[in-house]
Design a protein around this ligand. Structure first.
Ligand code: ADP
Ligand code: ADP
Ligand code: ZN
Length: 216
C-alpha cells in the first residue's frame, strides 16, 4: 500500500477531558470523513470482565483509574492494524501511550476540546447511553424524543456506572495528572488544534470540521 496519505483518510487523535464531547464529535468525524471511530473506552467496556494478568478492566474503570497500558495498547494496535485513517477517542491518555502510538503511526491532526470542570460534571452526570448501538444522549442538552429510549434503535437507555459525581471528579483528577501532559506534548510538537468545546454540539462540529479540513 502507498505511503502517501490520501485526503480521504485522515489520522485524527481527538483529545479532551472526560465529558468534553469526544464521543459525540467522533460520530460526526466518522460520518463525514469515512474513518473508523476507535474508542478504547467502548472496547474496554465490551471486555470489562476479561481476566488479564493485571486483573479485569472493570476493577479500574469503576474507580475512574486508568486501565494498565499493555491492555490498552494491544486494543489500539489491533484496531489500527487494518485501517489507514482513524479517529482515536480516549487514547493516548498518558505520555507512555503517546510514545507507543508514535511508534505505530504518524497522525495528521490532534484537535483538543476544551471544557471547564463544572460543565464536565454537568455533562457526565446527565449522560445517558444506548447499550445496543452506542448512541449518546444528555437528559437536558441532548434529550431523546421519548424519555429513556434510543432514537436510533429503540433500546432502553442506561447510565454508565462511572458517571456518578464522585467517580467523575476522580476521572477529572486522573485526566489532569496523566493526560494534560499529553496535551502539552502535542502542543509542543505543533500538531494540537484547540477548539472551544463549551459551544453547542453543532458549533463545536463546525469548528472541528474546519480544523480537520485545514490540516489534511
Ligand atoms: P470518558 O467518557 O471519560 O472519556 P471513556 O469511555 O473514554 O471515558 O473511558 C472510560 C474508562 O475506561 C476510563 O475511566 C478508564 O478507566 C478506561 N480507559 C479508557 N481509555 C483508556 C486508556 N487509553 N488508558 C487507560 N484506561 C482507559
Ligand atoms: P466524552 O466522549 O468526551 O466523554 P461525550 O461525547 O460522551 O463526551 O459527551 C458527554 C455528555 O455531554 C453526553 O451526555 C453528550 O450528550 C453531552 N454533550 C456532548 N457535547 C455537548 C455540547 N457541545 N454541549 C452540551 N452537551 C454536550
Ligand atoms: Zn441505540
Amino acid at each position: 500500500m502507498s505511503e502517501s496519505q490520501g485526503s480521504n483518510d485522515p489520522r485524527i487523535v481527538l483529545l479532551g477531558p472526560p465529558g468534553a464531547g469526544k464521543g459525540t464529535q467522533s460520530a460526526n468525524i466518522e460520518e463525514r470523513f469515512g474513518v473508523p471511530h476507535v474508542t478504547t473506552g467502548d472496547a474496554l467496556r465490551a471486555n470489562r470482565d476479561v481476566e488479564t494478568e493485571h486483573g479485569t478492566p472493570r476493577e479500574y474503570m469503576e474507580e475512574g483509574e486508568l486501565v494498565p497500558d499493555p491492555v490498552v495498547n494491544e486494543i489500539v494496535a489491533e484496531a489500527l492494524s487494518n485501517t489507514q485513517g482513524f479517529v482515536l477517542d480516549g487514547y493516548p491518555r498518558n505520555v507512555d501511550q503517546a510514545e507507543y502510538l508514535a511508534e505505530m503511526t504518524a497522525v495528521d491532526v490532534v484537535p483538543f476540546l476544551q471544557v471547564g470542570e463544572e460543565e464536565l460534571v454537568r455533562r457526565l452526570t446527565g449522560r445517558r447511553v444506548c447499550p445496543d448501538c452506542g448512541a449518546n444522549y444528555h437528559v437536558e442538552f441532548d434529550a431523546p424524543d421519548e424519555e429513556g429510549v434510543c432514537d436510533e434503535c429503540g433500546a432502553e437507555l442506561t447510565q454508565r456506572e462511572d458517571d456518578s459525581e464522585d467517580v467523575v471528579r476522580e476521572r477529572i483528577r486522573v485526566y489532569e495528572e496523566n493526560t494534560e501532559p499529553v496535551v502539552t506534548h502535542y502542543r509542543e510538537s505543533g500538531e494540537l488544534i484547540e477548539v472551544d468545546g463549551e459551544q453547542s454540539p453543532e458549533e463545536v462540529w463546525e469548528k472541528l470540521r474546519e480544523a480537520i479540513d485545514a490540516a489534511i
